[in-house]
Design a protein around this ligand. Structure first.
Ligand SMILES: NC(=O)C1=CN([C@@H]2O[C@H](COP(=O)(O)OP(=O)(O)OC[C@H]3O[C@@H](n4cnc5c(N)ncnc54)[C@H](O)[C@@H]3O)[C@@H](O)[C@H]2O)[C@@H](O)CC1
Ligand SMILES: Nc1ncnc2c1ncn2[C@@H]1O[C@H](COP(=O)(O)OP(=O)(O)O)[C@@H](O)[C@H]1O
Ligand SMILES: [K+]
Length: 459
């Protein structure tokens, strides 16, 4: 069992392809199922505290994993029972069922146990759970002290994170071989509890990964304010938002932050204030220009936006600026661009569309030629070359005004330090998430901007 950080995220089809490759190299579905079932049993034995176990088995291979796990638990001397939603169908699942020498109860009749193992449906779920399954599943999860899902909680769509009908929350989910989008994307991710990847002896790779602690160099003897990273934040109609972004950039470790569009000195005095002159963005030392927080959506703000787009400096575009643009206009810019839309801004810029958040973010990155940070209770970062990074598990207290402005500043700081755009976006998201985790509850965006320094100190 290992934590998710930095691990590949694969779809059901990618997982099947990896499984197929393992089979071509001499393994078999039955051998994989045997491996998975035993590994699940071992974890359940370890975390179950010796309590009795009820394994719920479906008709597919997820159910097959369940029968193998039940047999292994029994062999280990654990009191275990099995209940099934319907008989096994595939060859491997039928063989796994045959390896279980105990009774098989119906879901309706099964009494709860202290540990519940949900092996009803995995990546093969293709519709909402029937009531005859959903109701007993809920009753048995509620009656258990500990509930463990095999691969994904039954009822969630592994590739999209959609929840098909009411699904009870599990305490632990054992992701088989690799994380699936549902382990990170909402609303499914909240139902997974603690997710751990279980090695199943299948090699998986993917161009999508779970966010991980970034590599972000600390200042050294050669550092000075300009080579630490210089960030220019363009101020608009609502000065507070740009201030938050600028403060965040400073506390994320930028060496020099300038607020363009203001000239009167005021605290914090470390923040340099200058007017947005025609040549303000020409300074080659500027490593990132941040525009959008509090910019205003009126026609009058098109001018500074045009100036930023025309500059050859790396650009972070957020908030109102996203409302004044089209994907084509961004694509035409060339150069490095990072967009940080929340769901409303995303829909306005790229259209509502269907598909998973991961698919939509990737499509948006391709269309705009920019790295797209699609924010929300889960955040998907996508690059035009197809790579993607998923961040789940956010502190819900982030849902307060101004936290997005803070994120923009943090990304600006990372970008200005010379990181490639995808890495910079991920570093900013990680720092923001870590600062929020440390702050706990009911913090405000001003505090979040300052708290970035504590997260930065960990790197
Ligand atoms: N890919 C891999 O490398 C491995 C996968 N294994 C397991 O196989 C699982 C996938 O197995 P399957 O493809 O058989 O899929 P599932 O076991 O998730 O279920 C598929 C079956 O359930 C039916 N079904 C789908 N939704 C339903 C619903 N709402 N109500 C009633 N029936 C429904 C389908 O028609 C199909 O017959 C994985 O999640 C994992 O647990 C392991 O056994 C072995 C290794
Ligand atoms: N449960 C949640 N709901 C909304 N936003 C969340 C949640 N959890 C984390 N966040 C994060 O909080 C930030 C909100 O940004 P945004 O909506 O742009 O706010 P603002 O425009 O007020 O700064 C984003 O980084 C988002 O990913
Ligand atoms: K399951």
């Amino acid at each position: 069992m290992s934590p998710l950080d930095g691990r590949p995220v694969v779809t059901a089809a990618q997982m099947r392809a990896a499984e197929q490759l393992a089979i071509e190299r001499g393994s078999s579905v039955a051998a994989l199922m045997d491996h998975v079932g035993r590994a699940v049993a071992e974890v359940v034995r370890r975390i179950g505290g010796g309590g009795d176990v009820l394994v719920l088995c479906g008709s597919g291979n997820n159910g097959g994993d369940g029968y193998v796990a039940a047999a292994a638990l029994k062999a280990a001397g654990i009191a275990v029972r099995v209940a099934a939603s319907s008989p096994p169908r595939g060859e491997a699942a039928i063989a796994a069922r045959a390896g279980w020498d105990g009774a098989v109860e119906t879901l309706a009749d099964a009494a709860p146990a202290s540990v519940l193992v949900d092996a009803l449906f995995g990546t093969g779920l293709n519709r909402a759970l029937d009531d005859a399954v959903a109701a007993p599943l809920r009753r048995l999860v509620e009656g258990a002290r500990l509930s463990v899902a095999v691969d994904v909680p039954s009822g969630v769509q592994a590739d999209t994170g959609e929840v098909l009908g009411p699904v009870p929350a599990m305490a632990v989910t054992l992701a088989l071989g690799a994380a699936k989008p549902a382990h990170l994307l909402q609303p499914a991710a909240r139902l997974c509890g603690t997710v751990r990847v279980l090695d199943i002896g299948v090699t998986v790779d993917s161009d999508a990964r779970v966010i991980a602690r970034p590599t972000w160099t600390r200042p050294g003897p050669d550092s000075h304010k300009f080579n630490r990273g210089m960030v220019a934040v363009v101020r608009g109609r609502m000065a507070g938002a740009a201030h938050l972004a600028a403060t965040a950039a400073m506390h994320a470790g930028a060496g020099y932050v300038v607020l363009l569009g203001a000239s009167m000195p005021e605290a914090p005095y470390a923040l340099v204030r200058k007017p947005l002159t025609d040549d303000a963005l020409d300074d080659p030392r500027i490593g990132a220009v941040v525009i959008g927080p509090g910019l205003g959506r009126d026609e009058g703000m098109r001018e500074p936006l045009d100036q930023a787009l025309a500059s050859d400096r790396p650009l972070v575009i957020d908030g109102d600026a996203l409302r004044l643009l089209t994907p084509e206009r961004i694509a035409a810019r060339g150069g490095t661009t990072i967009l940080t839309p929340h769901a409303g801004e995303f829909d306005a810029l790229f259209g509502a569309g269907d598909g998973s958040k991961l698919d939509r973010a990737r499509d948006a990155a391709t269309r705009s030629g920019a790295v797209v940070v699609f924010k929300g209770p889960d955040t998907v970062i996508a690059a035009p070359d197809g790579r993607a990074i998923l961040a789940g598990d956010a502190n819900d207290w982030l849902s307060t005004a101004g936290t997005g402005d803070v994120l923009t500043g943090a990304i600006g700081a990372a970008l200005s330090s010379g990181m490639p755009a995808l890495d910079a976006a991920a570093a900013g998201v990680w720092l923001h998430g870590e600062a929020a985790r440390r702050l706990g509850a009911a913090f405000i965006a001003d505090e979040l901007a300052v708290a970035l320094k504590h997260a930065r100190g960990m790197l």
